[in-house]
Design a protein around this ligand. Structure first.
Ligand code: PLP
Length: 389
């Protein structure tokens, strides 16, 4: 269906940070399928796990146990901080749907609302679309499920005013990804945690884009000095194989009883075998430390590009703010030059390379980007007027 703009390139193969198109052209991938292929393309350990699992056991449903699912739940719980339980699903939106249902069951009758921030992104299902703080996106799909409210990002007073007795949970990203790569401050997250404790409300953190090493810690909230009640993950967990998960501390998770929530495919052996291999490689390679070091290197290099006004983000989730509303033009020029990046706003490019990216690959990407920015933004720092055709 017509849900995406025309696709400029058809990719046929990937390896590490590299992609090849159907014309045989080679690209550097600094988007990672929207922060998904955190170990790069075609990682041999993930490919081997998929092949082995495909010829061992592909599916039995969640009426029965499987070993990869049990192992992934244990590792996720340990990385989040322990003391919780996990529900597996197939995407980030489904992980947040699970969180919303859990909050409603935990809250009980009359205590059901979820407060999230303007500029947030939580998914495209009807409930997660309403949780997403972008009213323009809601309009064509009204009426949306009730029970969602939005407050200004990083405004504690606005949040305090929005939490009335009908509110069950607050849902926030540690770095707003789709909203333009806007990191939360530790002061804000700690104030939210205190507010949630005072008012008896769950603090749910959406780590779908930020989770699993991307920000320089296993989870974005771990920079911010809080422990959430609920954490959702997806994207990087399967390195390209669809899988999502909702973690909740045990006392919250335990409100779900058999029959409250379910999925045919969620947590099935192929997806969890991939996730088990992903997590093993991530731990062996210490991807949070790599993301922190390579992220700092990338930020320094981006800041030196003429036409880049500011750089923000955490670890290897980075936005370069440009001198003017030219992000689309620059991203198109970069693609022509062999670099995949994403115009996350009119004025900002998002970069989310593999967490195993090398400094040489960063240097190469920055050279391509410097050319692409220079071609659109004149040396004096002003945007070239579009030429009449
Ligand atoms: N939450 C966040 C923070 C995201 O960035 C995204 C996707 O970009 C989602 C949820 C939705 O995930 P999915 O597209 O897998 O449903």
């Amino acid at each position: 269906m017509n849900t995406y703009p025309p696709q400029p390139v058809t990719f046929v193969r990937g390896e590490g940070s590299r992609l090849w198109d159907d014309q045989g052209r080679r690209y550097l991938d600094f988007l990672s399928g929207l922060a998904v292929t955190s170990l790069g393309h075609s990682h041999p350990a993930v490919a081997a796990a998929l092949c082995t699992q495909a010829s061992t056991l592909l599916h039995v449903s969640n009426l029965y146990g499987t070993e990869p699912q049990r192992d992934v739940a244990a590792t996720l719980d340990r990385l989040v901080g322990g003391g919780g339980r996990v529900f597996f699903c197939n995407s980030g939106a489904e992980a947040n749907e699970c969180a919303v249902k859990l909050a409603r069951k935990w809250g009980g009758r009359g205590k059901f609302a979820v407060v999230s921030a303007y500029g947030s992104f939580h998914g495209r299902t009807l409930a997660t679309l309403h949780a997403t703080g972008n009213p323009a996106k809601h309009e064509p799909f009204q009426p949306l499920p009730e029970g969602f409210r939005h407050v200004a990002w990083q405004d504690v007073d606005a949040l305090a005013a929005a939490i009335n007795p009908s509110v069950a949970a607050v849902l926030l990203e540690p770095v707003q990804g789709e909203g333009g790569v806007n990191p939360a401050t530790a002061e804000y997250f700690q104030a939210v945690r205190r507010l949630c404790d005072e008012r008896g409300v769950l603090f749910m953190v959406d780590e779908v884009q930020t989770g699993l090493g991307r920000t320089g810690r296993w989870f974005g909230f771990q920079h911010l000095g809080v422990q959430p009640d609920v954490v959702t993950v997806a994207k990087a967990l399967g390195n390209g194989v669809p899988i999502g998960a909702c973690w909740a501390r045990e006392a919250v998770a335990d409100v779900f009883e058999p029959g409250d929530h379910a999925t045919t495919f969620g947590g099935q052996p192929l997806a969890t075998a991939a996730a088990r291999a992903v997590l093993a490689v991530m731990e062996a390679e210490d991807v949070p430390a790599r993301a922190e070091a390579r992220g700092a290197y990338l930020v320094r290099a981006l800041e030196a590009i003429p036409g880049v006004r500011a750089v923000r983000g955490a670890g290897l989730l980075v936005a370069a703010e440009l001198d003017g509303p030219v992000a689309k033009q620059v991203a198109a020029g970069a693609l022509d030059g062999g670099l995949v990046v994403n115009p996350v706003t009119d004025t900002a490019l998002r970069l989310a390379p593999s967490l195993l990216v090398t400094e040489a690959e960063i240097d190469e990407a920055v050279t391509i980007l410097t050319g692409a920015i220079g071609a659109v933004i004149a040396p004096r720092g002003t945007v070239d007027a579009p030429q009449a055709r």
